[in-house]
Design a protein around this ligand. Structure first.
Ligand code: PLP
Length: 492
């Protein structure tokens, strides 16, 4: 009689691997968890270091574990292969346009005021994630202690201790700016507008990424400028060959780029490209308005550098604010406008005279006391988890063929659905069902580009209500797609 085949005996390293594999499948070890070091595990399991190394290699080959250089072994995040791929390079029109997105934008931000909505349309971490208690305490203490100083105008270039703190932080951006290089502003919006005003006149052309943050398109519109959209890739950013060609073909007065975790694509321009961009514009003598408002929100260990780090001749006008990290309502931002500093300072006075004093004082103290860095450490970890989980849900519920960006920081996902899913119809239907999203067309200068795209904010604690809202978006998108495909099916 034939003997039943005996399971082959497991080798020692396979047994160690199996034990860890079981802990991963049982959810005892979670995606992203760090595994014991090779030495720790060898002591724990009473096996040799080389057995542990073999066990880790086996788990890596099964895609359960990943090795991170200088850091150790980690439980792998859910397999990304099944998740939606990233969008390709954009292909905007090659002519300059006077942006026309105001009406649509007004509708979008009206929805953002409605507290009953599930707010997936904003571009900011929700207030639960912001350090309201320590900041409010600081404001209250300052209001008591500084007497009338907080009531006075703080004339440009702005609150000196805050500019001092910004100078210190500029080291983490790869720059070594001094307090004198900064002018404080009412948010990054004012910084960008002042820079545009300083270098361009009505009718002039400004080149920018496509898709572009609709607030910038509105600023371009309000200043009577024309926007020239340049093809942009979600990983590499603005395409430099296309930009170089645009500079040859059009009298471009300024280039505006969100260099780190851009809005809406989440792009971080690689360092080499930042350097190339700065060099290209220096040669062309065209100012670069660099908006680095999201740079502090990286998920990895290192903050990406600003393009300003490569600016030797002052052509880069760096802008930023604390709106995405601390307090959008404080309206505290800055510009480091390089060779255009004097003009920007004059314009700042002409436009709004000064930046509110008390919020600048509070932020300067928060930075100086180390509160900002402590807060960023928690915020980054929280945002990374939320984005991963929300991306996962979206990639399962949206129609097949959907592409979704995969940023390494910030709070934004750009979702490109199959042709036939009308983003404006989806936006309208989602509002009816209590969900606000930002529809693609507002990110194009003409208000007609990106008709099947939406931008989703993941800066919200992702409880069941949020994942349910994402599933509802999926249902709406599937319905819209069925509706547009149905007539052609009937014809067939
Ligand atoms: C790229 C970009 N720049 C500027 C702003 C506006 O920033 P602030 O609130 O500091 O004016 C935003 C806000 O969404 C943004 O996404």
């Amino acid at each position: 009689m034939a003997q039943p085949a005996r399971a082959p005996r497991m080798l020692l390293f396979e047994r160690v691997a199996e034990k860890l594999g079981d802990a991963i499948s049982a959810g005892i070890l979670l995606p992203g968890d760090r595994l014991p070091s090779v030495r720790e595990l060898s002591l724990q399991e009473r096996v040799s270091v080389s057995t542990v190394l073999q066990a880790y290699q086996l788990l890596e080959s099964r895609d359960l574990v990943e090795a991170r250089p200088q850091s150790g072994h980690y439980v792998r995040l859910p397999p990304r292969l099944a998740a939606a791929p990233e969008p390709a390079t954009s292909r905007p029109p090659r002519r300059a346009a006077e942006p026309e997105v105001s009406d649509l934008v007004r509708r979008v931000y009206a929805a953002a005021r409605d507290e009953r909505m599930v707010q997936l349309g904003a571009a900011v971490p929700s207030t639960e994630l912001l350090p309201s208690k320590p900041l409010n305490r600081l404001v209250a203490a300052l209001a008591r202690e500084v007497g009338a100083v907080g009531l006075e105008y703080d004339m440009p270039p702005g609150w000196p201790p805050l500019r001092q703190q910004l100078a210190r932080r500029s080291l983490t951006w790869g720059c070594a700016l001094s307090a004198e290089d900064f002018i404080t502003t009412c948010g990054a919006s004012e910084a960008v507008s002042l820079c545009l005003l300083a270098v361009a006149r009505p009718g002039d052309i400004v080149a920018l990424e496509s898709p572009a943050y609709y607030g910038v398109l509105r600023a371009v519109e309000a200043l009577g400028l024309r926007a020239l959209e340049i093809p942009t890739h979600p990983r590499d950013g603005i395409q430099l060959d296309a930009l170089a060609e645009a500079l040859r073909r059009h009298p471009v007065r300024a280039v505006l780029v969100v260099t780190n975790f851009s809005n809406p694509l989440g792009t971080v321009m690689p360092d080499a490209r930042k350097q190339e961009l700065v060099e290209l514009l220096r040669r062309a003598e065209v100012p670069l308005i660099e908006d680095d408002i999201y740079g502090d929100l990286q998920f990895g260990p290192l903050r990406p550098r600003a393009a300003k780090a490569w600016d030797k001749e002052g052509w880069v006008m760096l802008c930023g604010s604390f709106s995405k990290t601390l307090a959008p309502g404080f309206r505290v931002g800055w510009a480091a406008p390089g060779r255009f500093a004097e003009r920007v300072e004059l314009l700042k006075f002409a436009q709004t005279v000064a930046t509110p004093t008390l919020p600048q004082m509070a932020i300067a103290e928060f930075l100086q006391g180390g509160g900002y860095d402590r807060h960023l450490r928690t915020l980054r970890r929280t945002l990374a988890g939320q984005m991963e989980r929300m991306r996962e849900t979206l990639s399962h519920v949206l129609p097949e063929g959907t592409r979704i960006t995969r940023p390494d920081g910030g709070t934004l996902l750009w979702v490109q659905m199959p042709d036939g899913v009308d983003a404006l119809a989806l936006h309208a239907e989602a509002l009816e069902r209590g969900i606000a999203v930002a529809p693609g067309p507002i990110f194009s200068a003409t208000g007609t580009g990106y008709p099947s795209c939406i931008r989703i904010n993941t800066g919200i604690p992702d409880d069941e209500r949020i994942h349910q809202a994402l599933r509802t978006l999926g249902e709406i998108a599937q319905q819209l797609l069925r509706r547009t495909r149905a007539p052609s099916l009937r014809r067939a």
